[in-house]
Design a protein around this ligand. Structure first.
Ligand code: PLP
Length: 404
């Protein structure tokens, strides 16, 4: 008997752990050492979890072995409410907060509760591909709006407005953005919010990198800029607190909820069905949000993440035919390979060839729902010396690479 995957998976694609990773695993099994620049996971690059967060989990572990509330521990939800008050998001109470096994689980829940077959969701291009994959999984249609590389990767608001149809239910904003590192100004968010307002769109604002900002950049929450819009804001511990393996994130409902009671009931059903999020690590949320923000030691002048961002940006731009916008936030670079200098027809093939020749793993730009095979993404998590080595290899590779 043939066991085949469900038709629901027909358009579901998550290339960050896709074919290049499969090829890299095969090479590792053959004894090669691969430098992996594909996953935004701080731990393997020597980033430690803040001590007080570890202590919280360890202390609470002996009494954290039972199921918890399906929306999350009260202490964690209260801390999240306070965090959003500090971010000028008002009117959120404990019932508006859902903890999850990472933002990833909550993205799927939020879309599953919303979408009927054929419903459309506006998603940035390039995007963090879990959004597009999850819309497809839930029977929806991802409609991509362009972010403009020549304008520091800002969303093209005219393109957003032009892509709204009677089937459009929601818009996704990823700010700070993965993969581009763009951080949106209050004015930019206001302009996007205006489109959402005009067309009654639900807003999903993925703000998981809201504390990873460079060069004095400030982050404003969509829900602080447009408190009149029903918004779901996503965030978590994975990046700013370097504990991606804890699988702890949250979503927050804000804005007018009176017309959304059916949707919220749907969210509650899904939250109940997964019983509860991982309990031990939720004990870390209060300390994480309220305690010393060690991420600042990494992003301010003298900090490791800032130095790595600077090195990666400078070295990528030094490669002939490669250019890269300077990220103002997050942990990635999304450089462009000029097709006039290095014509590439198939960027997956490019990433596979780079892997085989230089033992270096990047993700092809089309894996982020970018329409042309002329970009790739790297993480800026490796130490400066490793980044220098890695980007040196990319430059050397490109200098002779020809795709036939
Ligand atoms: N959203 C964005 C924009 C991300 O980059 C990531 C992870 O890379 C996630 C969500 C998922 O994070 P989590 O570890 O909380 O599931």
């Amino acid at each position: 008997m043939q066991v085949t995957q469900s038709a629901k998976l027909a358009n579901v694609c998550y290339d960050i752990r896709g074919p290049v990773m499969a090829a890299a695993k095969q090479m590792e099994a053959e004894g090669h050492h691969i430098l992996k620049l594909n996953i935004g996971n701080p731990a393997p690059f020597g980033f430690e979890a803040p001590e007080e967060i570890l202590q919280d989990v360890i202390l609470n572990l002996p009494s954290a072995h039972g199921y918890g509330d399906s929306k999350g521990l009260l202490s964690a939800r209260r801390a999240v409410v306070q965090y959003y008050q500090q971010k000028q998001v008002y009117g959120v109470d404990i019932e508006d907060v859902y903890l999850g096994n990472g933002v990833s689980e909550l993205i799927v829940m939020a879309l599953q509760a919303l979408l009927d077959n054929g419903d459309e969701v506006l998603i940035p291009s390039p995007d963090y591909p879990l959004w597009t994959a999850s819309v497809s999984l839930c029977g929806g249609r991802a409609v991509h709006y362009i972010c403009d590389e020549t304008n520091d990767w800002m969303p093209d608001v005219d393109d957003i407005a032009a892509k709204v149809t009677p089937r459009t239910k929601a818009i996704v904003i990823i700010n700070p953005n993965n993969p581009t590192g763009a951080v949106y100004s209050r004015e930019m968010i206001e302009r996007i919010a205006e489109v959402a307002r005009r067309h009654n769109l639900l807003v999903f604002s993925d703000e998981i990198y809201d504390k990873i900002l460079y060069d004095d950049t400030k982050h404003v929450s969509t829900s602080a800029v447009a408190p009149d819009l029903f918004t779901l804001t996503f965030n978590g511990l994975s990046k700013a607190y370097r504990v991606a393996g804890f699988r702890t994130g949250w979503l927050v409902l804000s804005g007018p909820k009176q017309h959304a009671s059916s949707y919220i009931e749907g969210l509650d059903i899904l939250a109940n069905m997964r019983l509860c999020p991982n309990v031990p690590t939720q004990h870390a949320v209060q300390t994480a949000l309220g305690g010393y923000q060690s991420i600042n030691d990494l992003i301010l002048p003298g900090g490791r993440l800032l130095a790595q961002r600077d090195t990666a940006w400078r070295m990528l731009n030094d490669i002939p035919g490669v250019s890269c916008t300077k990220p103002q936030g997050a942990l990635y670079m999304f450089p462009r390979i000029d097709p006039e200098v290095h014509p590439i027809k198939d960027d997956l093939q490019f990433a596979l060839d780079l892997l085989r020749k230089e033992k270096l793993m990047v993700v092809q730009g089309t894996g982020f729902n970018w329409h042309n095979p002329d970009h790739f993404r790297i993480v800026t998590l490796p130490r400066v010396a490793d980044l220098e080595d890695a980007i040196g290899r990319i430059g050397r590779f490109l200098s002779t690479y020809r795709q036939v």
